[in-house]
Write a protein that binds this ligand. Structure first.
Ligand code: HEC
Length: 153
């Protein structure tokens, strides 16, 4: 029994070492003209919220934490970033058409007000990303104001 455990343990260690060589690609770009801040007014207070709570998954300005260098955490993080950017990428905002932009602005309010975003997994580690009620309200007001503004035009 003891040797079986040792055997299992060695395989585990071996697997952990091997998977470290399979690293997902990290992508971080500087802000360009498609970024939301060039398309609609993003006041400093809102910008602060987005950077602190959303940009790691919903922009190309991701801050990769140290443990993203350790697999399988790196894979899990890469998976969330890929999916997050796929549905909403603040750095690619200018590439969405008006209907899409308005839909997303509405969803930004809905997802944060309901507490679905920022993702709960993210909040376990990023305590500062948790939004207070007043911050949620601010974000909602900003997103809906901009949504209405554009629809009127
Ligand atoms: C840990 C990564 C992560 C963080 C941080 C995060 N999101 Fe998300 N978000 C996702 C993923 C993944 C999805 C897609 C799957 C899902 O809905 O769970 C998503 C979906 C969304 C959607 C839905 C888009 C659609 O069309 O369905 C909105 C809106 C959204 N997030 C807004 C935000 C906002 C605003 C913040 C910051 C307050 C935020 N998210 C923070 C990962 C994240």
């Amino acid at each position: 029994m003891k040797s079986l455990f040792k055997y299992f343990f060695l395989i585990l260690i071996f697997t952990l070492i091997i998977i470290q060589f399979f690293r997902p690609e990290k992508t971080k770009q500087s802000i360009n003209q498609h970024h939301i801040s060039y398309k609609i007014r993003v006041p400093d207070s809102i910008n602060k919220i987005l950077i602190m709570s959303c940009y790691d998954c919903h922009s190309n300005q991701t801050n990769y934490p140290w443990y993203s260098h350790i697999m399988p955490f790196g894979w899990m993080i890469a998976y969330d970033i890929k999916n997050g950017r796929n549905v909403l990428n603040f750095s690619e905002w200018g590439k969405y058409n008006l209907t899409k932009q308005n839909e997303l602005l509405g969803k930004i309010c809905g997802m944060t007000a309901s507490g679905k975003m920022p993702h709960w997994k993210y909040l376990i580690i990023h305590k500062k990303a948790k939004l207070s009620d007043s911050e949620k309200l601010m974000l909602c007001k900003w997103s809906l104001d901009n949504c209405m503004l554009k629809t009127k035009k």
